[in-house]
Design a protein around this ligand. Sequence first.
Ligand code: UDX
Length: 422
Amino acid sequence: MKVAIIGTGYVGLTTGVCLAEMGHDIICIDKIKSKIEAFEKGECPIYDPGLPELVVSNYREKRLLFTTNLKEGIKNAELIFICVGTPAKANGETDLTYIKQAVKEIKEYLDHYAVVVQKSTVPVQTAQWIKQQLIEKADVAVNPEFLREGTSVQDFFNPDRIVIGTDSARANGLLTELYKPLNTPIIHTDLNSAEIIKNASNSFLAMKISYANLVAKLCDKAKADVHTVMAGVGMDKRIGKEFLDAGIGYGGSCFPKDLESFEATFKQHNVDASLLDGVRKINTEQVEYVLSLVEKTLDVKDKVITVLGLAFKPNTDDVRMSQSIVLIKKLQAKGAKVKAYDPKAIENAKKELENVEFFEDKYLALKGADLVVVATNWPEFKTMDLYKIKEQTNKVIDGRNIFDPERMKGLGFDYKCVGRNK
Ligand code: UDX
């Protein structure tokens, strides 16, 4: 099929590249010229395992094209995916400027039948508005994306479900055909329900994490182990074992923003959503909790603190709303000297932080440290040479629960983590 993708952020680029890999003819449209030029040179501005290789191979095979010109880009498209950014406004509501701009241009330039597919995460009734704008021009569908950064390609090809929300049989038929090779259960629904499926899923996952973090604090007080507790809880199939890892809290470009946006939607519809308010509050407090563990261990003023991990999670260079960045700023405000290491995210972190000494080597970052904090659960931290850490300092705060508390204490570490401090 001929598909145009508007917006080449994580969702747009992954969707375009993976659909090209499935054999479709894809054209990715983005207003940022430098981005498009980079793609055409075979560069991929996003670090995500497997993604750069697929950009290069599909571009070479001419199944994947790039343009800054929306009019040209949508010329022959049967499907037009809107994957533009939906940032948050100061009050937590979603800023739909880019969506509106894209719809305005589609309305102006579309000269044939097409299905316009809303893929960006938006508040309910956005697609309904798009439909009104494009009436008699195009059919509209909602097809939310559930991929995670760091595993975006794998998630695209192995989704748990595909959601197709539309009241057009033709649009439904085209999208069903598009995704057929993935052999995944499809839920067919209306526009509004499809949008809420995405909002409610993200908020539910954020709620699971905050729940684990809440229980972790009780575990610390009551001398229990949150790791074992959540393993026991998650073995109930109705609950599920994923997204129950306690730690420094969730970050990233989705959960914090999407939760606030969902809260704003409840408010607009006069439905009390204090449950979600609690989820957000727990997450904000979580970084304070890790900071309190640091302060219980030493007075941070003028001390050298090495922070391992800057990305909001492993396998990405993304530092947006990273709890690690929040923690570093708090440590600095209390007078600490911060050294930091991350395998991929240093360049992005440099844009967010000042007066931090960055290292390309984790062991060099440890030199002279008075205390080490693990802030991102990169797999390479789990297998670190603990003796090398011990040579520098015995004080380790594990904000991601990657080490075994018994072993750390056995090795003589002054070790604290989240919910396992028996
Ligand atoms: C999320 C959703 O998972 C995805 O379906 C949606 O499309 C986009 O938002 P992403 O933001 O890429 O994906 O990351 P995710 O893997 O969900 O992690 C989000 C945050 O939660 C990270 O900071 C991570 O470290 C944290 N997390 C995750 C925990 O603290 N504990 C957990 O058990 C799981």
